[in-house]
Design a protein. Structure first.
Lengths: 279, 271
């Protein structure tokens, strides 16, 4: 297991209730896990407890344990964690601050003392993967918000962490770039065996590549299964999970006995049901 | 209501963010602006509020050139929720955040109180009334900026990526709110990459690319443009894809899943 969360509880100072409540999760290597749930249910807080911001930078009541690659997060330094866990903030402005895009992407590598040549190679590769070559010499704070998100993503990928946790990575990406990003996630898993835990509300994009969906509500884990189990089940709606439009149609057809629920159909398959019915 | 005439904007750094935009937004319209990252959508929005002035061309609001008026005067008419909520939140408490502009506009104490409660209730933030905006989650911050704008009841509401951080229920509520605003005659402009959110609203859709408007029309025609959408890096809605995949199909694409179900299960072929 690359990530193990055991009975984690966290309450922010003075908060009336826990933001994360008795949460446990085991993620094996190379899995792509999507974490969904209502706004304010504790998703970003859980991610902070994996990259070490909690408990190292945030005060609060903490109990339980989080281990990355076998070592406990609370016993590891932020520096060690930075090498092991790649983290994308929900707001990209929280992680871009250098004078040029290129320097920004290199920042984490410089900190780790990666040799110059290797650094050059990784920065160029990340720039290529996110399609931001034309922005390389520009100042990150003079970019559009979606461009900033792409720079922040490039910075995370350049570090080549084994575990990559992303907080709404497609929220500011244009629709085609968001689709390219989903392919990128699938390729990184295939080529280097990276593990992903991705918080996302736009599930229509990610369901194609995700192995597993975990749903949170009021700090607790309430659903955990394959994307089809979660999205075709009766409970997802109540937890604020966005069921993709084609899956909604599939669900309606399933109620009338015309479609299965064992996997998610694409548009062609749903359309084929009409052809079948008319015969 | 808002007229952009051949508007170009060049940043001090030399980046040409708008390159000849001509666009008229009429009172009462619901308009979606879509297009690739860096296309100029946010820059365009900043011109509507007078925050940026065109390098060439003109922007007028109700016939008045934005160069001849103050952003304060414009902001009474046009409320904008910007893409990044962190740039918009600065008060000590959530309720103060909403009340601030209202008091500035000279609303009475009772009206301020009523509007604040209404806004916080609408966006599910009532329990955070006395909390600092800084401790809110990403989606909660975004909703707080929406509550602030709607509370002062401007004639034009511009929302830059309002669905960021919003779950399905919040998006549904936001969609309802947009419908409610438009039914009361407000002008609503939504900048968004979330095509699945926009589609059921059936807005007028303006597609931008490299600082220009490359398509403009009702959702049902613009979202069917295929190739032209692709080149602006916009994906068509999933229900349009489903509609295309059907060998025989109704005259226009499905707006909601129930329409699609009805057609698949019973709609007769058009011949
Ligand atoms: N402060 C700035 N200084 C210089 N250039 C900028 C600045 N802000 C934006 N730009 C550039 O202006 C162009 C238009 O940016 P804008 O923010 O309007 O895009 P957008 O369509 O809103 O994109 P997104 O979908 O990513 O939000 C881009 O090329 C961007 O890099
Ligand atoms: N620094 C903080 N101090 C106190 N409370 C906080 C802090 N950050 C978040 N909270 C609260 O903890 C709860 C969980 O917040 P979190 O940011 O984890 O939610 P989320 O699931 O990521 O939501 P969203 O989808 O809107 O980003 C919320 O009620 C929020 O108001
Ligand atoms: Mg969050
Ligand atoms: Mg923008």
């Amino acid at each position: 297991m690359i990530l193990e969360i055991d009975g984690l509880n966290f309450r922010y100072p003075d908060a009336p209730k826990k933001a994360v409540d008795s949460f446990s999760l085991q993620v094996p290597e190379s899995e792509i896990v999507v974490l969904a749930g209502a706004s304010g249910c504790g998703k970003s807080t859980l991610l902070r407890a994996i990259n070490g911001l909690i408990p190292h930078m945030y005060a609060g009541d903490y109990s339980g344990d989080v281990r990355v690659g076998g070592s406990s997060v609370k016993a590891s330094s932020m520096r060690e964690l930075a090498q092991r866990v790649g983290f994308l903030f929900q707001n990209p402005e929280n992680q871009i601050f250098m004078f040029t895009v290129e320097r920004d992407i290199a920042f984490g590598l410089e900190n780790l003392g990666v040799p110059r040549q290797e650094m050059r190679r990784r920065v160029d590769e990340a720039i290529g993967l996110l399609g931001i070559g034309s922005l390389a010499q520009r100042a990150p704070y003079e970019l559009s918000d979606g461009q900033k998100q792409r720079v922040a993503l490039a910075g995370v990928l350049a570090m080549r962490p084994k575990l990559i946790i992303l907080d709404e990575p497609t929220s500011l990406l244009d629709p085609k770039t968001a689709l390219d990003f989903v392919d990128l996630v699938a390729n990184l898993r295939k080529d280097v065996g990276a593990t992903f835990l991705i918080v996302e509300h736009r599930l229509d994009l990610l369901v194609k590549v995700a192995d597993r969906m975990v749903v949170m509500s009021s700090g607790r884990k309430v659903l955990d299964g394959s994307p089809s189990e979660v999205l075709m089940g009766d409970e997802a709606d109540g937890f604020g999970v966005s069921i993709p439009a084609v899956s909604r149609v599939q669900k309606l057809l399933a109620k009338d006995g015309l479609a299965g629920v064992d996997r998610l159909y694409d548009a062609e398959e749903v359309a084929a049901i009409r052809q079948r019915e008319r015969r | 209501m808002i007229e952009f005439r051949d508007v170009a904007y060049v940043h001090p750094t030399g980046v040409r963010a708008l390159d000849g935009v001509t666009l008229g937004i009429r009172g009462g319209e619901t308009v979606a602006i879509v297009g690739e990252n860096g296309a100029g959508k946010t820059t365009l929005v900043k011109h509507a509020t007078g925050l940026l002035k065109p390098t060439s061309g003109t922007v007028t609001v109700d016939g008045v050139d934005t160069r001849d008026t103050s952003t304060a005067a414009l902001s009474r008419k046009i409320g904008v929720a910007f893409q990044n909520p962190d740039h918009q939140l600065f008060s000590e408490s959530v309720e103060e955040e909403v009340a601030f502009a209202l008091r500035n506009f000279g609303f009475s104490r009772e009206l301020v109180e009523g509007r604040v409660s209404w806004g916080l209730e609408l966006f599910g933030l009532a329990e955070y009334r006395r909390s600092s905006p800084l401790i809110l989650s990403g989606g909660e911050k975004k909703r707080l900026t929406l509550a602030c704008i709607l509370a002062w009841d401007p004639a034009v509401v511009i929302l830059d990526e309002p669905t960021v951080g919003q779950d399905a229920l919040q998006k549904e509520k936001l969609g309802e709110t947009i419908r409610m605003l438009s039914s009361t005659g407000k002008t609503v402009v939504v900048v968004s990459h979330d095509i699945e959110f926009l589609w059921p609203l059936q807005p007028r859709v303006v597609v931008m690319k490299a600082g220009r408007v490359v398509a403009d029309g009702p959702a049902k025609s613009v979202m069917m443009m295929g190739q032209a959408l692709d080149s602006a890096r916009v994906a068509e809605p999933h229900l349009v894809t489903l509609y295309r995949a059907l060998a025989q199909r109704p005259d226009s694409p499905f707006v909601g899943p129930h329409e699609a179900r009805a057609w698949i299960e019973g709609g007769s072929a058009p011949h």
